[in-house]
Design a protein around this ligand. Structure first.
Ligand SMILES: [Zn+2]
Length: 588
């Protein structure tokens, strides 16, 4: 099995790698201040919000929040596994990691071997379709209307009946059994005994961004009541179902500009649509859409069209999708919903009405606003006052989730037409009342908010400043969440004096107990404009201000207590000391 790659080696690879150089090979970066910037590769945008910091060895996108070190970048951008990313970097630096990886008889390392294995299986499945013995499988595909070129292009094959077809038909001598067991192609039933996962199924291979096969989907050739009609590979270390869209990488390799992506349900829909010349279709393998899918789609196009059944189950699924997608709807992005006639799939529909009419149907897909209002107006009696109140109540929290300001405004205007409030200010007030971030907005106006954030920001960017914090005793008694976070950070930096910003971020990524990771990331990339020679002075100044604020806070409590009741002797002494200290600080 794979030995664990030591953290020290991973850190060494990250620190030796010029992150700007590697990313620049993929997306051209421009220097801006201490950062390098570009349009984000993980979402579609016109003005750059993707930043790379050479010193901190980190990238961060201010729009979509993608972030990480060079390993995360390679995994996300090049669709590599963790081990593959490490391998790439190790080759770059001539550091051998071979003894951490399992070696096979052919001197291949498992990073590649799993793909060779999957390719061998795919070839075997494809060859089966040519066998007379399995001509019924080929006939099945023909009856479903697939052309020979589709069968070849999509590398479709057949997994026959039987429990040991892979074992008996593929030369496994060059593979390590334990390793290929992780491919998900077998089901283990007793110690070392296993049987083929896919039997009597039409097989659809799934490719990653580099065109390598990472999983399979299988369609039962004869329906029965004991097995599922569709079966996919389980999640493995090279395949994650909730991040995968069937047909996506084929589209990305074929087209440079993708006007829209049509999301459908099954592999056969994708294949038949492509066959009819309706390109840009992808399938989500029968699962409901995930955030990963949304990010994947919006990374290559701004227009997404979701195709659902026209029945109530289809409408419900579309509504679920809508609610997941709202927080990703920036002004330049669009989403539409296409509802199919009852009992039709994209596959059956296009065969009935042809390409042109199908494209017309796509262009008539319901817009976001139509879909929202149509659905909600069915739930309320708009003629009544109560109905109009209920409509606002249902829709305002949804509008609030949308980041696109213009889209937000348009939806508000539509709402005002429906409920009869024509004053924009009043509507905005309603929106604020429904805002879940109301409390945090109030916090932002708090003067101490800035002080605390400057401290955390400077410290996370310069962990060595921690030694300048003399004592955290006074701070520790403070119940303020941000100060608690600051104290935690100081402690961490003091216990591990050689921590870098990158390692701190990694730490927070792993141990995000208080959901402060996004904040930490933002502060790690905060462009503070303080010159290098002034950082220490600014930090000490700000720290003093914070101590004073805490003391003042305590002073105020004691003073007001003094007004309502008498203070105890020790409280009086404390107040006197506080007055002394604070007046001294004001003088200096
Ligand atoms: Zn981004």
């Amino acid at each position: 099995m794979i030995n664990r790659i030591p953290q020290a080696l991973i850190d060494e690879l990250i620190s030796r790698t010029n992150i700007v150089h590697i990313i620049n090979q993929r997306i051209p970066l421009k220097k801006q201040g201490s950062n390098f910037i570009a349009c984000c590769p993980f979402h579609v945008e016109k003005t750059p919000s993707f930043t790379v910091n050479l010193k901190k060895k980190f990238y961060y996108c201010f729009s979509c929040g993608s972030h990480g070190n060079i390993i995360n970048f390679l995994m996300h951008h090049d669709q590599l596994t963790f081990i593959e990313s490490i391998q790439q970097l190790s080759i770059l630096h001539g550091i051998s990691i071979k003894h951490f990886l399992y070696k096979t008889k052919n001197n291949n390392y498992h990073g590649d071997i799993i793909y060779t294995f999957m390719r061998d299986i795919c070839n075997y499945y494809q060859n089966n379709l040519k066998h007379k013995k399995y001509s019924y499988a080929y006939k099945y595909l023909k009856n479903r209307g697939l052309t020979d070129s589709s069968i070849i292009d999509f590398k479709i094959g057949f997994a026959p009946m039987g429990w040991n077809n892979i074992l008996t038909n593929i030369n496994l001598s060059s593979y390590n059994h334990k390793l290929i067991h992780q491919s998900g192609m077998w089901i283990k039933y007793h110690q070392n005994k296993k049987y083929d996962r896919f039997r009597n199924r039409i097989m659809f291979p799934m490719h990653n961004k580099l065109g390598k096969i990472i999983a399979f989907g299988g369609r039962l050739i004869q329906n029965n009541n004991t097995e599922p009609k569709y079966l996919n590979s389980p999640d493995t270390y090279i395949f994650k179902k909730n991040q995968y869209l069937y047909g996506f990488y084929e589209i990305c390799t074929k087209y440079k500009n993708i006007p829209y992506i049509l999301l459908v349900e099954g592999y056969i829909d994708v294949i038949i649509l492509t066959q009819f010349g309706v390109n840009y279709a992808v399938a989500s393998l029968g699962t409901s859409i995930t955030i990963n899918h949304i990010q994947l789609i919006y990374s290559v196009t701004n227009q997404m069209i979701c195709c659902y059944d026209g029945d109530s189950a289809g409408k419900k699924a579309a509504w679920r999708t809508l609610n997941i997608i709202l927080p990703y709807l920036h002004d330049h992005r669009e989403i539409c919903f296409m509802f199919l006639p009852v009992k039709e799939d994209p596959d059956t529909l296009i065969r009935k009405i042809g390409k042109d009419n199908f494209l017309k149907q796509i262009s008539k897909a319901q817009s976001l606003s139509n879909f929202i209002f149509d659905t909600l107006l069915h739930k309320v009696k708009i003629q009544t006052l109560e109905g109009r109140v209920k409509l606002s109540h249902l829709i305002l929290p949804m509008i609030n989730k949308i980041p696109g300001q213009i889209l937000k405004l348009c939806l508000l205007q539509q709402l005002s037409n429906k409920i009869g409030i024509l004053d924009e200010n009043k509507l905005n007030q309603l929106l604020i009342q429904h805002s879940p971030t109301l409390t945090s907005n109030v916090q932002n106006n708090d003067i101490t908010y800035n002080i605390k954030h400057i401290l955390i920001g400077l410290l996370i960017q310069n962990p060595k400043l921690a030694k300048l914090v003399p004592t955290i005793k006074g701070l520790k008694e403070c119940k303020d969440n941000i100060i608690i976070e600051f104290v935690k950070l100081v402690k961490l930096c003091k216990s591990y004096p050689y921590l870098t910003t990158e390692q701190l971020i990694h730490y927070y990524h792993q141990h995000d107990e208080n959901n402060c990771f996004t904040n930490i990331i933002r502060l790690a990339h905060w462009n503070h404009m303080i010159t290098d020679d002034m950082i220490t002075v600014t930090f000490i100044d700000t720290l003093t201000k914070l101590y004073d604020l805490i003391l003042e806070h305590r002073q105020n409590i004691l003073i007001s207590r003094d007004r309502t009741s008498t203070l105890k002797i020790e409280e009086r002494q404390e107040l006197w000391l506080l007055n002394q200290t604070l007046s001294k600080h004001t003088l200096t």
